[in-house]
Design a protein around this ligand. Structure first.
Ligand code: AQP
Length: 346
């Protein structure tokens, strides 16, 4: 089998402000992975337009997510930070994958069903074929590892199926190019573990924290100041029992579990250790400690983000430089794909 260069790819949509789920489930892990991998982090603006976007707000959100990446600790010089639409190979490979993936595969995607809702006929074609573009995002860099929250697991599995089918469908053409085992594309590994792969809404512990929840009280975001963070945590739904001393005691208590998960991920300690300190405590005591911790962790990132985001020239230069470096990897892969498929290129 071909040995693939170990490379991380992941993306975040510029669709409104980043929340604690995006941070703990994705961006915080992006930062940690920089130690051991070559990383490519993308602001996926083409994914964003699968639902209606105000153009001026989209531009601002692309800069905001880029600023968040840097403020959280991603190094755009050592690694690559860019926006998807500046590297046209993503769209080119997505088209090839539209012709590799099967309609039956996409019909099983739960995120499309949730986002399209009852008005499926009126959803964009882009929203439906979103997972094919996501597969192209990853595979145009032959990325081997993809850190994402749990909600993206099904899309990652589809990316693996697409890689496999492309390798099989074009096995002869791939072998003719001297690539062993028909393995032109790797099988990208999802990295979903981590302390908080699924952060839940502060208003309902059975629903994931999301940008599109109509209640602003359901999520903590990087736009929240200390007062807003305190208010949202104090209003967070809980149950009447004190916190348990053992992790098993969180079973069947989704809101309690969610707050403990958030605390443990922000403090970089285990859930056991949180319950060792707070087992038996009332939620009012625990929430006060969580407010202090959240303000201490998120406050400096928000402040840095605001500063960076207002410097358009700085952010746009990061994206231009990252896009050029991303294209240098993507273009030769896409050229090979064109040869394998049988296109003529000059
Ligand atoms: N609640 C969450 N817990 C853990 N991880 C999460 N992610 C999103 N929500 C949670 C992860 O964040 C990364 C970027 O997400 P995205 O912006 O690309 O897309 P999304 O999943 O559509 O974000 P939202 O907030 O959930 O948006 P809506 O409301 O539109 O559905 C991904 O790695 C994702 O897994």
């Amino acid at each position: 089998m071909t040995a693939f260069h170990q490379r991380v790819f992941s993306g975040v949509q510029p669709t409104g402000n980043l929340h604690l789920g995006n941070y703990l489930g994705a961006v915080k892990r992006f930062v940690a992975l920089q130690q051991d991998y070559e990383c490519i982090y993308c602001v996926v603006d083409m994914h964003a337009i699968t639902v209606a976007q105000d153009p001026a707000e989209l531009t601002a959100a692309i800069r905001e997510v880029t600023a968040a990446f840097v403020a959280c600790g991603i190094d755009p010089k050592k690694h690559i930070v860019f926006n998807q639409s500046q590297v046209s190979e993503h769209a080119e490979l997505a088209w090839v994958f539209n012709c590799v993936a099967r309609i039956g595969w996409l019909n099983r995607m739960t995120q499309f069903k949730e986002k399209a809702g009852k008005d499926r006929e009126n959803a964009s074609v882009g929203l439906y074929s979103y997972p094919n573009l996501m597969a192209a995002d990853i595979l145009v860099y032959k990325a081997t590892h993809v850190p994402v929250g749990e909600d993206q697991k099904q899309h990652l599995e589809l990316a693996r199926d697409i890689a496999q089918k492309f390798n099989n469908d074009y096995a002869e053409a791939i072998a003719a190019r001297g690539i062993a085992g028909g393995a032109f594309f790797p099988q990208p590994e999802p990295l979903i573990q981590g302390p908080a792969p699924r952060v839940m809404s502060l208003r309902d512990g059975t629903k994931k924290m999301s940008k599109s929840d109509p209640s602003d009280y359901s999520r903590l975001t990087f736009r929240d100041d200390a007062d807003a963070i305190a208010q949202k945590i104090r209003k967070a739904k809980t149950d009447p029992e004190p916190l348990p001393s053992e992790v098993e005691g969180l079973e069947g208590r989704p809101e309690a579990e969610n707050l403990v998960v958030i605390y443990s991920a922000l403090a970089d300690v285990s859930r056991e250790s949180v319950l060792k300190d707070f087992g038996g405590a009332q939620f009012s005591t625990f929430k006060n400690a969580l407010v202090d911790l959240a303000v201490a962790r998120l406050g400096p990132i928000s402040a840095e983000m605001k500063k960076l985001q207002s410097d358009h020239a700085y952010i746009d230069a990061i994206l231009a430089d990252g896009s050029a470096r991303a294209r240098a990897i993507a273009k030769p892969v896409m050229d090979q794909v064109k040869d394998i498929v049988g296109f003529i290129r000059s």
